[in-house]
Write a new protein. Structure first.
Length: 442
């Protein structure tokens, strides 16, 4: 289109500018400027010494050639602001124009402020101590000493404290903050508490989640296990209720109730399941969302199949119990031993020394203290512990031998298949290496 316009109007215009918002600024042989549309039709006669770009509202700064004074016109050449000004500038002509000491709205040139102007980002501007939201076309309530943006959040420093706004510039809270601490994608706001010496608010800059300062008595950090990202721990204690707010290296914010600890470690136990091992004096297990599975009341915890074997330790004596994956108690911790055998089968020795097998629900599978014992269909009847133990060893060794025999069989089959494939590959290699022949020419 530009080439066609230049070709058709070449004798009339010295220069034809690029089209912007549907208008091209043109310059005639005398150096005066006007405008044309996409069809080459002259919209504004060449009578101006200077015309700026038209903004999204169709307004542009212009300088009249006859008087050298500045004004503002629209796309049709209508004068919106009279030509009687020595200078008009624009920090962002889609937001506002500056005329002398006045700030004019870029849409219709009405006066919105006076004094100094500065840009905070593409949406927010500062006029003196007032903050202007260009997207909403209005000022944010309040007078600010300073106004900054972190991530998707906005923070305004006032005489009362720090005003917090989300990415839509909606007010969240005002904190009497005395210090801002940056921890990865989080901000810790440190303030003096009315009862405690310090309290801490937290803002997750990526998700916009906000944890108010009331009740937060401290925070801590730790280098994460993945990519050395910082993990943040915020400690909360109020009305005899304690909790730890944990922000991991994936920027997930999780609350663990009833614990005040930095000892929180994620454990991936399957492709779709992660748990947390938590230690607050004693150990506990929590789900991905922070829901408690095993309370922090146990000396140690073993992850065993779909269950958790827990150990208590009193007066130098250990006792063992079992929790299911849903947090339900399957066996109270009063047994001398619980050993995981695999396939969600557990070998239990109770407080009286009796030995039996249970499944993941604590249901009895085999009782070795009874005369009749059955393992995978094989039975023995005896009153002798020695005979019983010898029989168990023999049966388990037979089972192990069967497993090893099957493993060897599979390995042998795999080896034979590999040899066959290699032989086929050698044939192809031999064929491809034979000399090629061409037909003789007649």
């Amino acid at each position: 289109m530009s080439f066609e316009i230049k070709y058709f109007f070449g004798s009339k215009y010295e220069n034809i500018g690029e089209f912007y918002n549907g208008i091209s600024i043109v310059t005639n042989q005398k150096g005066l400027k006007g405008s044309i549309d996409h069809m080459g039709k002259e919209i504004i006669a060449c009578q101006y010494r200077e015309i700026g770009k038209f903004n999204k509202y169709g307004l542009a700064i212009a300088q009249l050639a006859s008087t050298n004074e500045w004004g503002i016109i629209d796309k049709k050449g209508k004068v919106i602001l009279p030509f009687k000004h020595r200078d008009i500038s624009s920090y962002n002509y889609d937001v506002y124009f500056r005329v002398g000491n006045a700030i004019l709205d870029a849409k219709d040139c009405h006066k919105i402020a006076e004094g100094k102007d500065s840009k905070i980002d593409d949406r927010v501007y500062r006029f003196n101590n007032k903050i202007y939201d260009a997207k909403k076309g209005k000022f944010i309530e309040g007078s600010f000493i300073d106004f900054k943006t972190y991530g998707n959040m906005y923070f305004g420093k006032t005489h009362e404290g720090l005003a917090i706004y989300n990415q839509n510039i909606e007010h969240i809270d005002t904190v009497p903050c005395v210090e801002i601490i940056r921890e990865c994608n989080n901000l810790i706001l440190r303030k003096r508490g009315s009862i405690r010496e310090w309290e801490y608010a937290l803002i997750n800059l990526e998700t916009g989640e906000y944890v108010p300062a009331e009740g937060n008595i401290g925070y801590d950090t730790r280098q994460g296990n993945e990519d050395y990202e910082t993990e943040v721990f915020l400690y909360h204690y109020e009305n005899d209720k304690k909790s730890t707010i944990y922000i991991n290296s994936n920027n997930q914010l999780i609350t663990f109730r009833d614990v005040l600890t930095k000892n929180i470690y994620p454990i991936k136990i399957s492709d779709d399941r992660t748990i947390f091992r938590v230690k607050d004096g004693y150990e506990g297990i929590y789900a991905e969302d922070g829901e408690k599975i095993v309370p922090c009341e146990y000396w140690s915890i073993e992850i065993a199949g779909n269950c958790y074997i827990v150990e208590t330790y009193y007066d130098y004596i250990s006792r063992y119990g079992m929790f299911g994956s849903d947090g339900a108690i399957k066996m109270t911790p009063k047994n001398k031993r619980i050993k995981y055998l695999g396939d969600n089968i557990y070998d239990v020795t109770d407080e009286e020394g009796k030995n039996f097998l249970v499944d993941e629900n604590g249901k009895l599978k085999a009782d070795f203290s009874l005369p009749g014992v059955e393992i995978q269909g094989q039975k023995i009847i005896t009153d002798s512990f020695e005979e019983r133990n010898a029989w168990i060893r023999r049966v388990t060794l037979e089972l192990k031998a069967k497993y090893l025999e099957r493993i060897a069989e599979i390995e042998e089959q795999s080896s034979a298949e590999i040899k066959r494939l290699k032989a086929d590959c050698d044939k192809i290699t031999e064929y491809s290496s034979e000399p090629s022949y061409t037909l003789p020419k007649n």
